[in-house]
Design a protein around this ligand. Structure first.
Ligand SMILES: [Zn+2]
Length: 168
């Protein structure tokens, strides 16, 4: 949904009723979302627009209320690394490539794998994103001489913002 469609379908008071932020004036604290959460741990909300329900990330709604720029083709990232945070001051706009690289780097650190992304350029990560669904992950992995796990990481990361599942 575009920013305007979100603004048309969600009231700010309803949005804020799901947000815990004890001090409006303190910009440095996280505004924690207490509504639904996606399986990946991001806040989300069911939104009705012209009779059709969509699930929108809570931080995307926050962005729509507090920031004027469009997010089409981009992802909203958390500078605080807190997935349920909707404080607009903790949100930054980035590309899918930035986001994929972040996730890969984070998982790399977590798993102690250091050689995964070393040979991939930004353009190659972009290409791998574009090849999603056109070839199997193992074929793409062979094309770029990387592991299938890395292709999976890049692809799954793009996924969450498009098809989140609500868990209660
Ligand atoms: Zn935060």
């Amino acid at each position: 949904m575009t920013r305007q469609q979100i603004l048309d379908s969600v009231s700010k008071s309803k949005f804020l009723s799901y947000v815990v932020h004890p001090d409006y004036l303190t910009v440095d604290i996280c505004w924690n979302w207490i509504g639904g959460v996606t399986k990946n741990g991001y806040g989300a909300m069911q939104v009705k627009y012209y009779g059709k329900y969509s699930t929108i990330s809570a931080h995307k709604i926050a962005w729509s209320f507090y920031r004027s720029s469009e997010t089409e083709g981009l992802v909203i990232r958390h500078s605080c690394d807190n997935r349920v945070c909707v404080n607009p001051n903790h949100l930054v706009l980035g590309s899918y490539v930035d986001n994929a690289r972040d996730t890969v780097n984070r998982k790399r650190i977590k798993r102690g794998i250091s050689h995964y992304t070393n040979n991939l350029t930004e353009d190659q990560i972009k290409e791998i994103l574009l090849l999603k669904g056109k070839h199997t992950q193992s074929v793409i992995a062979q094309m770029y001489g990387v592991s299938q796990t890395l292709v999976w990481m890049i692809h799954t990361n793009k996924h969450w913002s498009q098809r989140p599942n609500i868990q209660h």
